[in-house]
Structures are given as structure tokens and as C-alpha cells.
Write a protein that binds this ligand. Sequence first.
Ligand SMILES: C[S@@+](CC[C@H](N)C(=O)[O-])C[C@H]1O[C@@H](n2cnc3c(N)ncnc32)[C@H](O)[C@@H]1O
Length: 227
Amino acid sequence: MPEQLPIDGFARSARARNGTYEAVGSVWDGEDAELLERLLSFYPRKRPKRILDATVNGGRFWRGSTRSIIGMDIQPQYKPKLVGDNSQMPFRGEAFDVVVYDPPHIPNQGRDNQKDFTVRFGLVQKSSKETGYSFSHTYPAFVREAYRVLRPEGVLLCKIADYIHNHRYQWAHVDLIQAAVAAGFQPCDCIVKVRKGPIIDPKWIVAHHSRRQHCYWLVFRKSDKCE
Ligand SMILES: C[S@@+](CC[C@H](N)C(=O)[O-])C[C@H]1O[C@@H](n2cnc3c(N)ncnc32)[C@H](O)[C@@H]1O
């Protein structure tokens, strides 16, 4: 097995700026904020200056970060810099170097009082039978807007989780890749982020699906090539 790289995103970004290459591993078991800092140092061709977090919520991705970002969220209670809908962004075209996206998942389940699912996973929102109890129908409008507001060669970084609902595997990451490709993005990379514990509905006792102990960070580029 390859040796795990040291988890030191901030020091690493300084080395990257000095022109020293350091690989990113395909499995991550640290915090999102550290991984995101690594991704921001690794994928953009130039140091990104204009960064949009299109689903900022409480801003956990930016804890410890010195980067200046614009955080938007549709829910005013999280007090984002901008309250708005990421399927209709109030920005001119080619305004950003990087867009970050962490859409709500597990729409109508997971009400485990032990965990703050409601806040962290966007459970305020619902998805009906008509929309397949998933949020996949929201991806096409978002990725079209992300494509529009990104400058050429700009990078879209998405955290996305598959899950089980109604005894059916919901392939959120596949739906997101298909929507992004249809919008014109190159799908460039996939990192498995290990969760400390599986997301489970407390009603589950026996389920013949594996327990999801990971999600993905997907990397897209507004370009005809990845490298
Ligand atoms: C999973 S949470 C994001 C968590 C965030 N990355 C963090 O670590 O703090 C998803 C967020 O997306 C927001 N959201 C859902 N639909 C949206 C939309 N159409 N436009 C903007 N924000 C939206 C929800 O209100 C929720 O705060």
C-alpha cells in the first residue's frame, strides 16, 4: 500500500506556491477543510483569487483558512455573505477561479437526534416521490450556473455522498458527474473521503446494503483537458 502523505494542507500550499510538486492521495481520512486547502493548492493552474462556496451553510470548510471567499446559501439563518439560489447566481460570467459545492443529501431520512443532521446535511429541504427522494434533479441547473460563472480553466470542487433510500442505492455522485459533463465540464478527479461513522437512519436494524462510510470529492474543470 502506498504510504499516506502527511496531512498538512497549509504547509503544503506554501510549498506548492514555491513550485514544489507534491501528490494528492486518492483517499482522505482527515477534515474537509484540510483536504479543501490541498485541493485549492493542487488543481487550479494559478493561485485562485476569486472563490465561491455555493452552499456555504456554517462555513465549516473554511475553518482555519485565511482565504477570502464569497459564501452563498439559500437559507438566511446561516448568515451567509450572500443569500441566494445557486441555480440562478447573481454574478457575471467568468467571475470565479473556483466554485465549491456541497449540496444537501439524505433528503428525508436520518433524523437521528444524536447527530445534527438537520443543520449539517441540509435536511431542512425535502425531496418528494416525484423527484425520486433525491436532490439529483437540482444538479443540472447548478452545474450550468457554475460553468457560466467560472473563468476558462476554472475548477469546480464538489463534495457528494451516495446513500440508501427506500431500499434503493441513490447514485448521487454518478448523477452529478453526468450533469456536469452535460454542462460542458471535464470530470478530472475523484477522492474518497472516509467518514468517522456511517450515516444511518436509526430505524435501520437489518439492511442488506453496505453502510456508507465514505463520500467523494469530485474535481471538474471548465476546459477540454484536465492536466
Ligand atoms: C450540506 S450543507 C453544506 C455544508 C457546508 N459545506 C459546511 O461544511 O458547512 C448544504 C447547504 O446547501 C444549501 N442549499 C441548498 N440548496 C441551495 C440552493 N439552491 N442555493 C444555495 N444554497 C443551497 C442548504 O441550505 C445547506 O446549507
